[in-house]
Design a protein around this ligand. Structure first.
Ligand code: FAD
Length: 379
C-alpha cells in the first residue's frame, strides 16, 4: 500500500456527471479536488442522452455550452403504446440531446483545465475516523481527505463495504443502448412502450439516434439474446419496428447494464455526501436523472464552499443541511417517478393511461413538471 500523506480538501469518487460538475464547481472556488474515476475518457454509457434544460444555465456557468458541441435542441415529447396509440406534447422546459461520450469527456477536460486532478483507478473502500477520510484504491493507493463526495453511480462494491441497505434488495431491471443512423426528427424525444418496458429515442450531436431501453429481467430472460428480444417484443410496437428495420448500427454491438434499482437510499452515509445516482436514482422514464445528478453536485459544492469558508460551522451541520436540502429537492420527484414507472409496468394499463392522457392533455405536461425541477440558478 502506498499512503499519500497530503490531506486533500475534497476527493470525489466517480467522474460521471455528478462528480465532474461538482469538481468543476469546487475548483472555481480554489478548492483542491481529486477525482478518482475507474474508467478512461471518453466512454460510452447506457443512458437516454436527453438532458433537461433545467441544468443549461448552470452548465453554461461552469463553462460548458452543449450547443457548441452540436447538441440537438429538443422541444417535443412523443409517447406511444404497442397498439400505436400516440400522444405528442410540447416539453414544458425542453432539453437537448448529447452523447455521454461527448458530455462527460468535455466536462473532464474542463475540470482538468481548472486544476482538478483526475486519477484513473477504482475506489474499493472509504473509511472515516478522527475527522478525516481514507480512500483505498484497487491499485493499492491510500488517499486522505477532509471531505468525500460519493458520485460513483447507481451501484458499486463500495455500497457493500458501507453496508447500505438498498444493496440487499432485488435490482430487477436491465438496460440496453445503441446508436443508429436513420430517419428521426431532431427536436423530438420519443418514448415507445413495449411489453415489460419502454424504449427512448432521440438524436445526439453527431446526428445518430440514441436507442435506449429498459426492461425487467423476467421479461428478457424468455428470449435467447438481445436481437431475439428486440424482434419479438420491442418490434410489437410499430414505431420501434420501423426504427429497427430501417436504421444502421453505429456501435459494433449494443451496451448493456443490469442490476438497476430505484430503491430508497440515503444522501449521507458514513459522513460521505452522496450525489447523483449514488444518492438516489429516478426512473429513466422521467428523463431527468442527469439533471438530478448535476443539481445534487451543485448543492453539495455550494455547501462544501460554505463549510470551508466557515459559514457552516461543523461537519454535523454540513451533513444535516445537505440531507435536508437533498430530500426537499428530490424526494417528491423520486416518488412521482416510481408511480409513473408502476403505471407503465402494467402493460394493459398503458393504453388506458394513453386514453386518459388524450382526454386531459394538460395531465402529461403536469406529470413531466412534477418529475422535473425549476431551471437552476447559475452559481
Ligand atoms: C436506461 C437508462 C436511460 C437513462 N436515460 C436518461 C435520460 O435520457 N436523461 C437523463 O437525464 N437521465 C437518464 N438516465 C439516468 C442517468 O444516466 C443517470 O441518472 C446519470 O448518469 C447519473 O449520473 P451520476 O454522475 O450519478 O453517475 P454516473 O454517470 O453513472 O457516474 C458514475 C461514475 O463513477 C464511476 N465509478 C463507479 N464505481 C467507481 C469506483 N468504485 N471507483 C471509481 N469510479 C467509480 C463510473 O465509472 C462512472 O463514470 C438513464 C438511466 C438509465 C439506466
Amino acid at each position: 500500500m502506498k499512503t499519500n500523506q497530503k490531506i486533500i480538501e475534497v476527493i470525489i469518487v466517480g467522474g460521471g456527471l455528478a462528480g465532474l460538475t461538482s469538481a468543476i464547481h469546487l475548483s472555481k472556488f480554489g478548492i483542491g479536488v481529486l477525482v478518482i474515476e475507474k474508467k478512461s475518457y471518453p466512454k460510452h454509457k447506457v443512458c437516454g442522452e436527453y438532458v433537461s434544460n433545467e441544468v443549461l444555465p448552470y452548465l453554461n456557468y461552469l463553462g460548458l455550452d452543449p450547443f457548441i458541441l452540436g447538441a440537438k435542441k429538443i422541444d417535443t415529447f412523443l409517447l406511444s403504446t404497442p397498439k400505436n396509440k400516440m400522444i405528442k406534447t410540447a416539453l414544458p422546459l425542453g432539453g437537448f440531446g448529447i452523447s455521454r461520450f461527448t458530455l462527460d469527456y468535455e466536462l473532464s477536460k474542463l475540470a482538468l483545465s481548472n486544476g482538478v486532478v483526475i486519477l484513473q483507478d477504482s475506489v474499493i473502500n472509504i473509511q472515516f475516523s478522527e475527522d478525516q477520510f481514507e480512500i483505498i484504491t484497487k491499485n493499492e493507493e491510500v488517499f486522505k481527505a477532509k471531505i468525500v463526495i460519493g458520485a460513483y453511480g447507481k451501484r458499486s462494491a463500495i455500497d457493500i463495504k458501507l453496508d447500505r441497505s438498498f444493496i440487499k434488495n432485488d435490482a430487477p431491471f436491465l438496460a440496453v443502448k445503441t446508436h443508429v443512423t436513420g430517419v428521426f426528427p431532431e427536436n423530438v424525444v420519443a418514448l415507445h412502450n413495449f411489453k415489460g418496458g419502454y424504449c427512448g429515442l432521440s438524436k445526439v450531436e453527431d446526428d445518430s439516434i440514441n436507442v435506449c431501453y429498459i426492461t425487467d429481467f423476467k421479461s428478457f430472460k424468455k428470449y435467447k439474446n438481445i436481437e431475439d428480444f428486440q424482434k419479438n417484443v420491442l418490434c410489437q410496437n410499430p414505431n420501434l419496428k420501423e426504427i429497427f428495420e430501417n436504421s444502421i448500427d453505429v456501435f459494433p454491438k449494443p451496451l448493456t447494464i443490469s442490476q438497476i434499482s430505484f430503491a430508497d437510499k440515503s444522501p449521507v452515509e458514513n459522513h460521505i455526501l452522496m450525489c447523483g445516482d449514488t444518492a438516489g436514482m429516478i426512473h429513466p422514464l422521467c428523463g431527468n436523472g442527469m439533471s438530478m445528478a448535476i443539481r445534487s453536485g451543485q448543492l453539495a459544492s455550494q455547501l462544501i464552499i460554505r463549510y470551508f469558508n466557515g459559514k457552516i460551522k461543523s461537519r454535523l451541520e454540513l451533513e444535516t443541511i445537505y440531507k435536508k436540502s437533498w430530500n426537499s429537492e428530490f424526494k417528491f420527484r423520486l416518488k412521482v417517478g416510481r408511480i409513473v414507472a408502476l403505471l407503465f409496468k402494467k402493460y394493459n394499463f398503458s393504453d388506458l393511461m394513453m386514453s386518459a392522457l388524450k382526454s386531459f392533455p394538460k395531465l402529461l405536461s403536469n406529470i413531466i413538471r412534477q418529475t422535473h425541477g425549476k431551471s437552476l440558478k447559475a452559481e
